[in-house]
Write a protein that binds this ligand. Structure first.
Ligand SMILES: Nc1nc2c(c(=O)[nH]1)N[C@H]1C(S)=C(S)[C@@H](COP(=O)(O)OP(=O)(O)OC[C@H]3O[C@@H](n4cnc5c(=O)[nH]c(N)nc54)[C@H](O)[C@@H]3O)O[C@H]1N2
Ligand SMILES: Nc1nc2c(c(=O)[nH]1)N[C@H]1C(S)=C(S)[C@@H](COP(=O)(O)OP(=O)(O)OC[C@H]3O[C@@H](n4cnc5c(=O)[nH]c(N)nc54)[C@H](O)[C@@H]3O)O[C@H]1N2
Ligand SMILES: [Mo]
Length: 759
């Protein structure tokens, strides 16, 4: 099992030689092919390694990180050094000086999940400063609990695809329904139903309107509206304006199920600020003709309509507003809780929305409490390291950044996920010690002081299952561990023994025994649900067993049926179109109701005079994030070895750029090379460069060096969504593009650093 689907691997000589998708998967992902040749790839970390400057000079701030050589050490030496340094930091600075946020996707598996392992280890060691929320849903996970009482139920209990295919007349999709993203589900997936569901919807006469700067954000036939990126909230407000002024809003629904519509309507109609948010107003901001918006609003009110918002729309400045305005628009239509109507968030962002949930808990490695209470919103990592002691606003609180001395990362790649990589590199020069566990010499591993070689999920047994998939799967090792790589669990078990809490950490179990233990825990949940599951050995031999799922769900149908008994977990128990709590925070960048705020990184402002192209830094079609970037599917998309950047032919012609050219993409934060691909399925003025090319600085000793490979995060802003959520805003950035002249620098991203043998 991989995050991008279920498969069987063929192997020879310790390497994966072929992958075969699960026969039950209707639409397997081409990302699977990236696994072939990945185990013995030259970018693997072959054994424990310590940065030379750290080994010789001891812990402390260093700007050599990312440019230094490494020294190979034995596992015993590694355990000794790492345990000693953890002890030193805790004795001198306390546990809060350890940052163990360790954000990232690592690999599926209920036991060997790297984040679960590192967090459990650090909790038992006395705690660590943690991170909250995600890069995926930074804004949503803070705003939606205040508006809807939850954020995760929006996905886990979303209206199912078969209900949509059967009932929906019109899907209005902000951000489209990008099929490429449904390849992926956190923890794995055994089936990909989206393509089939959209086909079935259309075969029945249902229609799709996709609102996106990219035509291919939806598969198959759809009406394409291409607004100026960042203007969606204006369009949503204008749609609402038409509903409100043409007597098409469902007042009875708004009265019974929501609070604060009146205050919002004062804003919508311009009573509170003198600006009516009507279609003409939205045309000026979005470029979508007023008549088209008005017409769409009337169509939406005339049948069963589902309003969907992709997660990308909240990964921008003021990202809180799009999901909030989207749910408000759906509430005005009054179809929330009706089959095939209402609201959806994340169709086409992840495979999970639209899939039926399992009704009982999944097996979980018990974590325990974190004795340290400090935490940061996850995308504030550079702020944290650069500004110890500084106060900041977050979600109604005033917090202070602790003074971090030790950074522990296992299962994530900040050089993939974080913005403004030049700033991140300066931030990473500050701590005393950085430890990274990874199977590969990723850019983050190259910036570490202590590098711990992990196995990949292909090299170990595990269990996998997720909350919206019917299968409990035996993940059986395809190959033995590569070189001197170890399971993260074994690394932590050895460290825990050395630090005096080995028995507590392992509870006396080997990893094989843990897997059986978790399986038995899950069998108990199945039994409590009135079901039966086979003994472990039988399960392991069969390869998977089927779980009960709750089919045919409609989001919030229970709330609609009985809003008192099934009250939402908001202060009012209803959908909060106006939130008194948020209003009470007094933030100038997140008011008490959905509001249009002008973005900084967009074509409608002054900054576009200097950097006239709007770059969409979205998820890659050919891989998951940075994982297996050297695999066949990912490599096949590259242009002269660089990550492809799509440009409209008019924008390319204006710059003398031809298809297949290497271009330099730049702004005032940094620059990268990329390979030009021309495509008239983009709005003019928009370019698209996905995330995930491994950061490859021309001069590794210069934090602002150009990336020769095409990592968009050298360009993106490290600015939060707002003071409410401080989510990542990496999706949008203004740039300029020019043909790259001169000698093409080689790609060194996948080459390991120099590793000296121990003297
Ligand atoms: N500009 C911009 N930036 C973005 C986004 C965007 O839209 N635009 N999207 C953001 C989003 S939504 C996300 S979720 C993040 C993703 O960011 P990450 O989750 O950090 O990215 P991955 O490449 O998945 O990193 C996972 C790492 O875990 C390692 N790994 C795999 N298996 C194991 C294991 O068993 N043990 C250990 N120790 N390591 C393992 C992999 O080799 C890899 O280095 O990126 C964010 N960044
Ligand atoms: N293949 C693949 N699938 C993935 C991932 C991956 O790495 N690879 N990552 C997974 C993860 S961790 C996450 S969180 C999800 C993320 O899911 P999303 O954040 O929804 O995914 P993106 O591809 O970044 O963006 C979706 C689309 O939104 C459109 N868009 C961008 N800006 C705007 C705008 O201002 N207005 C409108 N209307 N549209 C806009 C873009 O054209 C883009 O293609 O994807 C998941 N799926
Ligand atoms: Mo994500």
């Amino acid at each position: 099992m991989a995050h991008w689907g279920m498969f069987e691997a063929e192997s020879a000589n310790g390497e994966v030689t072929a992958v075969h998708p699960f026969a039950g998967d209707a639409d397997p992902s081409p990302i699977l092919e990236n696994a072939v040749g990945s185990v013995r790839h030259r970018s693997r970390v072959t054994g424990p390694a310590v940065r030379r400057g750290w080994l010789e000079g001891g812990p402390g701030p260093s700007d050599r990180r990312g440019a230094d050589e490494f020294v190979a050490v034995s596992w015993d030496e590694l355990t000794e050094l790492l345990a000693g340094e953890l002890r030193r930091v805790v004795d001198r600075h306390g546990n809060r000086a350890i940052f163990g946020g360790s954000y990232g996707w690592s690999a599926p598996g209920r036991f060997h999940h790297a984040q679960s392992q590192v967090h459990r280890f650090l909790k038992q060691f006395g705690g660590y400063t943690r991170s909250e929320n995600s890069y995926s849903l930074g804004a949503t996970s803070v705003i939606m609990p205040r508006v809807m009482g939850t954020h995760w139920k929006l996905f886990a209990r979303s209206t199912n695809w078969d209900v949509i295919a059967r009932e929906t007349d019109l899907m209005v999709c902000f951000g489209g329904v990008p099929l490429k993203n449904t390849a992926v589900n956190d923890g794995g997936t055994s089936n990909h139903p989206t393509r089939g569901a959209l086909d079935a919807l259309r075969a029945r006469g249902g229609r799709i309107v996709t609102i996106s700067p990219l035509r291919d954000d939806v598969h198959g036939e759809a009406k394409w509206l291409a607004p100026r990126p960042g203007s969606d909230v204006a369009i949503m407000l204008a749609l609402g304006h038409v509903l409100a002024t043409e007597d098409l809003a469902d007042r009875a629904f708004l009265d019974r199920y929501t609070v604060g519509y009146d205050k919002f309507e004062d804003y919508l109609l311009g009573r509170s600020d003198g600006v009516a948010k009507d279609p003409a107003w939205a045309e000026g901001l979005s470029g979508i003709p007023a008549a088209t918006i008005a017409d769409l609003a009337r169509q939406m009110a005339s049948g069963r309509t589902l309003v969907t918002v992709t997660w990308s729309l909240q990964r921008v400045r003021h990202g809180e507003q799009a999901p909030w305005a989207g749910i408000t628009l759906a509430a005005m239509l009054g179809q929330i809780g009706l089959p095939g109507g209402g609201f959806g968030h994340g169709y086409g962002s992840m495979n999970e929305p639209g899939l039926a949930p399992v009704p009982y808990p999944l097996p979980t490695l018990f974590q325990g409490q974190n004795p340290v209470t400090e935490s940061i919103p996850v995308a504030a990592i550079s702020d944290l390291l650069l500004h110890p002691g500084e106060r900041y606003d977050y979600n109604g609180e005033t917090r202070t950044f602790p003074d971090i001395r030790f950074v522990y990362w296992a299962g994530g790649n900040p050089f993939h996920h974080h913005q403004d990589l030049g700033r991140l590199r300066r931030a990473l020069s500050r701590p005393d010690t950085i430890v990274v566990h990874d199977p590969y010499w990723t850019p983050m591993a190259k910036h570490a002081d202590i590098v711990v070689p992990s196995t990949t999920s292909l090299e170990r047994n595990d269990l996998s299952c997720t909350r919206n998939d019917p299968l409990m799967v035996a993940m059986q090792a395809a190959v033995p561990p590569y070189a001197d790589a170890r399971d993260d669990y074994d690394t932590f078990a050895a460290l825990a023994r050395r630090l005096g809490f080995g028995a507590q950490f392992t509870e006396g179990r080997t990893s094989g025994e843990w897997i059986e233990h978790l399986y038995e825990q899950w069998r108990g949940f199945v039994r409590a649900d009135g079901g039966e599951a086979p003994q472990f050995d039988e399960f392991w031999a069969r390869g998977h067993v089927r779980m009960r799922t709750e089919d045919g769900l409609t989001l919030l149908e229970d709330f609609r049926a009985d809003p008192e008994r099934n009250a939402l977990r908001t202060p009012s128990g209803k959908i909060e179109i106006f939130s008194s709590d948020i209003d009470g925070f007094g933030y100038d960048d997140c008011a008490g109701h959905p509001t249009w705020y002008e973005p900084q990184e967009w074509l409608g402002g002054q900054r576009a005079e200097q950097f006239p192209l709007h770059m969409i830094a979205n998820q890659p079609k050919t891989r998951l994030h940075s994982q297996l970037d050297h695999g066949a599917t990912s490599q096949a998309s590259k242009v002269q070895g660089r990550e492809p950047i799509r440009l409209h032919p008019d924008d390319a012609a204006a710059r003398g750029i031809a298809s297949g050219d290497v271009v330099r993409v730049f702004n005032d934060r940094g620059a990268c090379l990329a390979g030009a691909v021309l495509d008239d399925g983009l709005l003019v003025g928009v370019v698209q460069l996905s995330t995930g090319a491994w950061y490859d600085p021309l001069d590794p000793s210069d934090p602002n060096s150009m990336c020769v490979h095409g990592n968009p995060n050298v360009l993106t802003p490290d600015v939060g969504t707002s003071r409410l959520a401080r989510g990542s805003t990496g999706q949008h950035v203004l740039v300029e593009v020019e043909r790259f002249e001169g000698e093409l620098p080689p790609i060194r991203a996948y080459e390991p650093p120099t590793v000296l043998s121990h003297m």
